[in-house]
Design a protein around this ligand. Structure first.
Ligand code: NDP
Length: 312
């Protein structure tokens, strides 16, 4: 391992520095790394770029000695296609991010499974004596069985839901009916009383939920989208809410913040949450950044490398 300080450039919006500086320095210390962390390293002196979208770096060409770009975010659709990016790109896999997503997904699944809305807003004081079914009678389908989707699927299995999952490559998870490929998607959608989207946004997943696929969902289905807004055709979803879709709870949108005049805000059966399903937590995620710098300095393979050809 080199003895001179490694130069890590913090390339995120300036306001993120306050939240990240101390946890990153602590994580470097814990990992036994001597890292010169700064927002001002010259590009040709930078060894690692700690990256978040909308920060100061859009052109990676001058970073001639950078060994890796380490994303603070899990979703990399905004950087993976950057033609100037020749350095290895690692995305964020963080236990805090994972736990937050499990909580958001299980919370919203349980809201719809239990029919909580009817009791929370009941202005006519109607005595609705219809106990909900048990979880094992409810099928939840998760599109995307990666770090977040698999964790949510496992939590729902622990609650005894009947869980289907769909991914690009075939998988096996105890208690989950794992499907893949185009045929698998049709089957996964046809079963989904509650559908959760935890796919990355790539050319292959853009507008995956179009009118035809929305029509495959059973009558009364609920959609939860904490993945990315562009996974769904907005107009097709609004039309489907008049047919087979009972409710959509959406955390992510094609334009964020969601414009004030977007019909999702006013729709009585759409719940908007403002991209808060989960977020990278500095305390835990800083350790992931430190571990990747340790690996880079030790000549070991980086964790969580993005497959450029697949786009995630
Ligand atoms: P991963 O890369 O770990 O998992 C992605 C999953 O999607 C994998 O199972 C992958 O299949 C599957 N997939 C990708 N492309 C396809 C395809 N074309 N067809 C079928 N399956 C496909 O990602 P994460 O679980 O870490 O994150 C998922 C997404 O969640 C992020 O990309 C981001 O958009 C979103 N996110 C949202 C947040 C929020 O607050 N709303 C916070 C953090 C992330 P395979 O396993 O075969 O590779």
């Amino acid at each position: 391992m080199s003895t001179s300080p490694v130069k890590a450039l913090f390339a995120a919006k300036p306001e993120r520095w306050t939240a990240w500086e101390a946890p990153l320095r602590r994580a470097f210390d814990e990992a036994g790394l001597t890292v010169d962390l700064s927002r001002d390293h010259a590009p040709d002196q930078t060894d690692y770029i700690v990256y978040a979208p909308n920060g100061p770096v859009a052109d990676f060409t001058p970073f001639t000695r950078a060994k890796a770009v380490l994303s603070l975010w899990a979703g990399v659709e905004g950087i993976v296609g950057n033609p100037t990016l020749t350095q290895p790109l690692a995305r964020m896999v963080d236990e805090g991010l994972r736990q937050g997503m499990v909580e958001w997904v299980t919370g919203h699944v349980l809201r719809h499974h239990l029919g909580m809305d009817a009791h929370i807003v009941n202005p006519d004081r109607t005595w609705i004596n219809e106990p909900p079914p048990l979880a094992q009678s409810r099928t939840v389908t998760i599109l995307g069985l990666g770090e977040l989707g698999a964790a949510c699927a496992e939590a729902l299995v622990a609650l005894r839901f009947n869980v289907f999952g769909w991914s690009r490559s075939p998988k096996a998870h105890p208690g989950i009916t794992c499907l893949s490929g185009a045929g698998g998607l049709d089957q996964a959608l046809a079963q989904a009383e509650i559908l959760v989207l935890l796919l990355p946004l790539t050319p292959a997943t853009d507008t995956l939920l179009d009118a035809a696929r929305l029509a495959r969902l059973p009558n009364g289905a609920t959609i939860l989208n904490p993945g990315r807004g562009a996974l769904i055709d907005d107009d097709a979803l609004l039309a489907a809410l008049d047919r087979n879709i009972a409710h959509a709870t959406l955390d992510v949108f094609r334009t964020e913040p969601l414009p004030q005049d977007h019909p999702f805000w006013a729709h009585p059966r759409v719940t908007v949450t403002p991209h808060i399903a989960s977020e990278t937590r500095p305390a835990t995620a800083s350790r992931v950044i430190a571990e990747n710098i340790r690996r880079g300095e030790a000549g070991e393979p980086f964790l969580h490398l993005v497959d450029r050809s697949a786009g995630y």
